[in-house]
Design a protein. Sequence first.
Length: 287
Amino acid sequence: MDRVKSALSPGLYLIATPIGSSRDITLRSLDILSLVDVLVAEDTRVLRKLLEIHGIQVGGRQLLSYHDHNSNRVSPQILAALKSGKSVAYASEAGTPMVADPGFNLARAAVAEGYKLVSAPGPCAAIAALTLSGLPTDRFFFQGFLPNAETRRKSVLRKLADVPGTLVFYESPRRVAAMLNDAVETLGADRDAAICREMTKRFEEIIQGELGDLLEQTRSRVFKGELVVLVGRGSPSKTGLEDVEAALDLALRECSVRDAVERVAGQTGTNRRQVYQLALEMTRDEP
Ligand code: SAM
């Protein structure tokens, strides 16, 4: 493929790469990848393969690996290239750099030193999943990966319960059953939800249902491959979380956890299980 050969102006070019289908890359990204002075990738083998598919030669250009574990060592090399007036392209393993991927510190350091930052937008699993999930896209909250530890995971989920928009999570197939279990406990079984797996790949599948249904499905099947889990917003509760906490605080001074939960769930119209989780958290925090 012929491309106009003209030098790119110096700066750090952030390139979004395919999340599955290798043709999901913009023409502009391909132009940048063929013209840039220095290539930087989270995984150099993945970038090499992508370049090969699209007929782009690395040639004599520098190809550096930059990831979470070597960023301290490689970042100065990249900044030195920028300082000498070179153009540098950075691509993470898949999708958009910095979205649950490395690149943030590098971009920040480049900006702090006055270098130009250029975005070459393209695929992002969160956005692709939103468009496929059947859930509202007018407002959404991107959580990315939840913590591994169950207690912390539930605590984060609980804080998301009142977010007035679709929740977007990145998940691993190994952990999705545990995550759905915690989501049912903290957000309720009846929220609309979806799992978007292997998007743009051969075994792409979109599974829609209530959170409880999705959890049930994990008992009889394994969701393999790459997954995005989305959860629709809850029906607006009669009372906000802060009010539930205040009511619980009062009730816990006067009665047992069990009675306090009954009272507050009734008073506020909030799911009993959610109030119970909150009560456990509040009593656990006490010295
Ligand atoms: N930077 C990427 C982006 O822009 O979406 C995300 C990188 S993150 C390390 C990888 C996670 O994204 C996977 O664990 C999965 O949750 C999600 N993901 C990436 N590709 C996917 C695909 N083809 N189908 C479903 N989920 C995908």
